[in-house]
Ligand binder design. Structure first.
Ligand SMILES: C[S@@+](CC[C@H](N)C(=O)[O-])C[C@H]1O[C@@H](n2cnc3c(N)ncnc32)[C@H](O)[C@@H]1O
Length: 210
């Protein structure tokens, strides 16, 4: 797989910049799925960024969850460690998800704005690797920008181009276009929930593994 993106340089201002551009949409789109987490779940979060999602999860379920938080950026992970996670147990793993192995399968996997960073060949490897760690009937909470075929507006295409330019320069993101993740989920997953945000530029799904 090619080198992971490097979000260290943008870790501190990341939430500020993303809220400047998207308002509350990035938060709302992710939070909208969290009520699907059953009690006492074993959860994998991949690329959680500054970790605000841990606080949002603990507002809904303040105890009983066992969360593995895999984040490749050391700055992002140190910001995440400062979050109030309630009585939930969080294992912070500073590692590329590709190198992470778990003997125990997860009930829930969360990948928010993660797959948009990668080229198709990397997405294929990462998807399969993460997919194998989810239990049968487990839920995958997926939020990301919609694939090109759904982008009907000029501003959506321009915004996407600008983001790839920005993160290409500052975070070594190699992708220049979104991979259509529908092709990956279609085979082994049933869509339980689908929600759209920010002028249909962002989509949140709960997928259940068959
Ligand atoms: C676009 S940011 C999204 C952050 C967060 N999910 C949010 O919505 O605010 C992607 C995150 O994935 C992390 N990341 C990138 N490649 C990774 C990898 N291979 N394994 C684990 N984390 C990775 C980055 O460090 C970054 O924090």
């Amino acid at each position: 797989m090619s080198q992971s993106p490097d979000f260290n340089r943008v870790a501190r201002p990341y939430d500020f910049i993303s809220r400047l551009v998207f308002g509350n949409a990035l938060v709302e789109s992710q939070v909208s799925l969290l009520n699907h987490i059953p009690e006492n779940s074993h959860i994998l979060i991949v690329g959680g960024g500054t970790g605000w999602i841990l606080e949002e999860i603990s507002k809904i379920q303040s105890a009983g969850l066992n969360i593995v938080y895999v984040e490749v950026s050391n700055k992002m992970i140190s910001l995440s460690r400062k979050r109030d996670v309630g009585q939930n147990i969080v294992h912070f793993i500073h590692q590329d998800i590709e190198a992470y192995r778990s003997e125990k399968l997860f009930d829930i996997i969360i990948t928010p704005f993660f797959f948009d960073l990668f080229t198709k060949s990397d997405v294929s490897k990462l998807f399969l690797h993460i997919h194998k760690m989810l239990k049968p009937n487990g839920l995958w909470l997926y939020t990301d920008f919609v694939p090109q075929k759904y982008q009907t507006r000029f501003w959506q295409k321009m915004l996407l181009k600008s983001m790839y330019l920005f993160f290409g320069i500052l975070s070594s993101v190699e992708a220049r276009t979104l991979v259509n993740m529908d092709d990956y989920f279609e085979k082994d997953y049933t869509t339980i929930v689908e929600k759209w945000f920010f002028g249909k530029f962002i989509r949140s799904n709960v997928y259940q593994k068959r």
